[in-house]
Design a protein around this ligand. Sequence first.
Ligand code: SF4
Length: 453
Amino acid sequence: MTADAHPKFKPYTRQTIRQAPQWALLTPEQQEAVQVISHVLPFRTNQYVLEQLIDWNNIPDDPIYRLVFPHRDMLPAHEYWQLRDLVLVKQDEAGAQQLVRQIRQRMNPHPAGQITHNVPRVNDAPLRGLQHKYKETVLFFPSAGQTCHAYCTFCFRWPQFVGMDDMKFDARETTQLVEYLKTHKDVTDVLITGGDPMIMNTRSMEEIIAPLLAPELAHIQNIRIGTKSVSYWPQRYVSDRDADDLLRLFERVVASGRNMAIMGHYNHAVELRQEVAQQAVKRIVGTGATLRMQGPLIRHINEDPASWAELWRTGVRLGAIPYYMFVERDTGPREYFQLPLARAHEVFQQAYQMVSGLARTVRGPSMSAFPGKVVIDGVAQIGGEKVFALQFLQARNADWVRKPFYAKYDPTATWFDQLRPAFGREKFFFEESEQAAPATVPVLSRRVIPLVA
Ligand code: SF4
């Protein structure tokens, strides 16, 4: 390969975005919004996103532009003007920081008890960088993977990028992870997540994965990696200098008899129209790994059944598996991105109707709420009452999974906690259960467990 065959990853942040040639294509007002709002919502992009994913003739409505560039309406007008005044007019850094802290706290930085619950322990000591929410799956957050090739403006993990969660980590945690797994034989899946763990080089990834292949961890059947690199930097699998080594690592996992599962985050069909993105899919599945496609439904970005259908169809053609359409979480600039659940169901249903059976592996729209993953199965009329038909696909209590339940139809509800039980009931069935905490997963801590070294 020539040097050009290995394009070097080049990130842009608030401090450096002016150096990107595309910066001049933004109006002064758009540039100002980026400078102001990126104080609250982290901003990062890269040359591939700028050069190949964004259609600059279509800004600011281009979906990928909205996905990575902060927009003025992502903050309420009064907050925007107050922050603009502090940042650009008064240049009052301390005042701006104070306001930024207030705004971030208002944005529900830790939805669904992400950080305050599910923290596993060994010898009564909390384990750093781990979450154990569902009995068969442990989440692992390596500190070197707590950034991304670009940041999504809607991201629910945003506190990690702005220093609100201390996600530092050292190599000892792999040992702790292994120790924990040795004593939890009911865990079958380890999900390595971030940020984006694929920001790490192959050697670092190998240091995490290789110990999971030990014979005493034979109960670990699925090693998953959650990543958006497949769309923000598919070169990771194609032309990065250690791309081939990464593929060899996947092959090694597969050869051990385990499933190497890449949980690919896609938001729009355009992300899979690029040749390099298609090559990445083919190279991943060529190793014997599986690639599942998932992503949230977001107003202004992908409220378009045809885009979802194209994405799933292309993915299936290349060997990927459509997996989840999520409902945008109740965090960050949710007022800007959220859609009523009724609309989410409509988009999902229309997209589902456009694809063949092979793409109907997809599930959704699904809410990753505090009690578990709740999918909206449909809107129905039962006994004269209009209701949402719901069920848990995953739950804190395994007994709740796949038990149908019903909520009053509410055309304005955008998240699970806004729904009320149907048929005159006071509570949903799982609220009546005394087992609010999972039977099998230790919830011994109710506080943030920072990943301090
Ligand atoms: S790639 Fe994932 S973790 Fe990173 S900003 Fe986007 S949604 Fe968040």
